[in-house]
Ligand binder design. Structure first.
Ligand code: HEM
Length: 569
């Protein structure tokens, strides 16, 4: 049997409780009695037993230390690899963009801090473009560089190619709108584009005019009370609800009454709010470059907000798909589709079959619905709102449009298909507004192979190319007095003198906007019906501050006053 001292050496760490028991034994008797001795021995031996139990744990602790060390070494190696990769990437970017100068930049932040998010950002690019009139290098943080292009000849080289979207900024959209038509590439994009193009055929668009006209009327009826007040109101939100109402009716045959249900806790309002939040969060993610890493962003509070907003937006689209799938169980609905009567965009998606009779997966359908829901309402909301603002700032052009519209409508207060071609001046004003306020202010691509531009400079494969639609449209080497609203620029004889790539609100080439005709029709219908009913008056105390948030928005909203138009009998 081991003596107590042996045990003490073997188990130097006594618990508090055992120590105090020991002290008690030695305090109660200087000369230990047999009982004390036995108690002491039994205590020590039970201590031994308990400690023996901890023996494997001790080993485990040692194992844990080993694991910790291994994890630490692994993290260190990973960090070193990651940093080396980033340094290589930085050097590659410097090398690739060597032929292209750019405005002075901070060594770490690049140009990001020049964009102050106060309504001046887009003008900053225009200002730089004056010094670098074709293209310039721009850095977003220490490792991400774009070649920013803002001249028609440069734009032509990129947009006529089939180069894919850039895999950085567009990847931020994927958790929200999936790998749909806007983001996808290669064969998948080609197949879906071919599949969805018939959804924008002239015959399909024709009956939409009535639906657009109805949605516009609902919005304008609500404006009646606003026209009695002598103060301005914010219109972007009204217009967003109206364009959402329209796309829901046209593309998804879904009548949600979202415009009149406004103010309640309805799904649609929460969808608009979710889209607004998502656009802001995508912008934040792009600016804060550690957020370019998926896991850092996902762990951040912004990542949490992003996931929450995605859920709201997607629950809305899922509901639409579910409802339609339910409806398709109905014989009559199936009959309608088989007879190809009033087929909408959702029918095309749900009934699509490839050569092997394979339909689209649920995920693919959801991605397209999410894409079209967003692209189909936010862009047109921006286009319509800024056009109304432009016309308010230019009352003389506004009146010419109104006269043209009143004469085309011949007493009606709604638009018909035939009216669209009877408003050339209004169409020119819409185009001029799309020039000054492009709803999609910028897009970007990533080269897969070297591209040589018209002036002999080239970029290698793997380069990010940002096309600043805003800066092309305000490029003083292309447009005379670029900041002046002048619809005559779009007279056919004037347009003919320009490069077709000088005006690209809907992009150009194979990846141009599939909804371009839909959008132009909707803009014409809404602008015509609005001008027929109201005078638009600028509020000089609330000038909008332009901010790019996927689409062009205003930091402080777009505020206008309206007054009823009194038509002569
Ligand atoms: C004024 C309104 C609109 C403007 C200014 C606009 C502008 C654009 C631009 C610039 C692109 C190219 C994007 C890029 O390269 O990343 C684009 C693509 C696209 N737009 Fe529009 N758009 C408008 C309305 C619409 C509407 C109403 C729809 C649907 C109903 C739509 C659906 C799409 C889709 C699906 C794409 C991706 C096409 C592809 O890559 O094949 N857009 N749009």
């Amino acid at each position: 049997m081991k003596g107590p001292n042996d045990n003490a050496i073997r188990f130097p760490k006594f618990t508090k409780k055992s120590c105090s028991k020991r002290a008690f034994v030695s305090r109660t008797s200087q000369q230990p009695t047999l009982l004390c001795l036995m108690l002491s021995i039994s205590l020590e031996s039970s201590m031994f037993n308990i400690m023996a139990l901890f023996e494997p744990l001790k080993k485990l602790t040692l194992d844990c230390i080993c694991i910790h060390n291994l994890v630490a070494i692994f993290c260190l190696v990973y960090a070193i690899l990651k940093i080396s990769k980033l340094i290589v990437k930085r050097n590659e970017c410097i090398q690739a963009l060597q032929p292209f100068l750019g405005p002075p930049k901070h060594w770490f932040f690049g140009h990001i801090r020049e964009f102050k998010q106060d309504g001046t950002d887009l003008f900053k690019i225009v200002e730089w473009a004056e010094s670098y009139p074709l293209a310039m290098s721009m850095w977003f943080g220490p490792f991400v560089a774009f070649l920013n292009i803002h001249h028609p000849d440069y734009v032509k080289a990129i947009l006529t190619s089939t180069e894919p979207k850039d895999d950085l900024s567009y990847s931020f959209l994927i958790p929200w709108i999936g790998d749909g038509l806007l983001v996808s590439k290669g064969q998948k994009w080609f197949r879906h584009r071919r599949l969805l193009t018939p959804g924008f055929h002239y015959d399909v668009l024709k009956p939409y005019i009535k639906l657009m006209s109805d949605s516009a009327k609902t919005m304008l009826d609500k404006w009646d009370s606003l026209s009695e007040r002598d103060e301005s109101f914010e219109l972007f939100e009204h217009v967003s609800l109206m364009t959402l109402d329209t796309i829901m009716k046209c593309a998804f045959s879904s009548n949600t009454n979202c415009q009149v249900a406004r103010g309640g806790e309805g799904e649609i309002n929460s969808y608009i709010k979710a889209v607004y939040d998502l656009s802001n969060l995508v912008n934040i993610r792009f600016r804060i470059f550690p957020y370019h890493s998926d896991w850092l962003f996902n762990l951040s509070p912004h990542g949490y907000q992003f996931r929450k907003a995605c859920k709201i937006a997607q629950s809305h689209t899922e509901q639409i798909i579910r409802n339609r799938k339910e409806a398709l169980k109905d014989e009559e609905e199936l009959h309608r589709i088989k007879a190809k009567k009033n087929i909408d965009f959702l029918d095309i998606l749900l009934c699509a079959r490839d050569e092997n009779q394979q339909g689209l997966s649920d995920e693919a359908i959801r991605a397209e619905v999410d894409t079209f829901m967003f692209e189909g309402h936010d862009t047109t909301a921006s286009g319509i709102s800024w056009t109304l603002y432009s016309l308010a700032c230019n009352p003389e052009h506004q009146q010419i449009c109104r006269d043209e519209i009143i004469s085309a409508l011949e007493g009606r207060d709604f638009m018909e298909w035939e009216d669209l071609s009877k408003m050339p001046y209004t169409t020119m004003c819409i185009k001029e507004s799309l020039r000054l306020y492009p709803p999609v202010p910028g897009i970007s691509r990533k080269t897969t192979k070297p591209i040589t531009f018209f002036d002999g400079r080239s970029v290698p494969g793997g380069c990010l190319i940002g096309t600043s639609i805003f800066a092309i449209h305000r490029n003083a080497t292309v447009w005379e007095n670029p900041n002046v609203f002048d619809p005559h620029r779009f007279l056919p004889e004037n347009s003919a003198k320009r490069s077709p790539h000088a005006f690209v609100p809907f992009s150009a080439g194979p990846r141009n906007c599939i909804g371009q005709n839909f959008a132009m029709n909707e803009m014409k219908v809404v602008i015509a019906q609005t001008l027929r009913r109201y005078h638009l008056i600028e509020d000089p105390t609330k000038k909008p501050k332009m901010i790019p948030r996927l689409v062009l928005r205003s930091l402080n909203g777009i505020h206008l006053k309206i007054k009823p138009v009194h038509l002569e009998p």
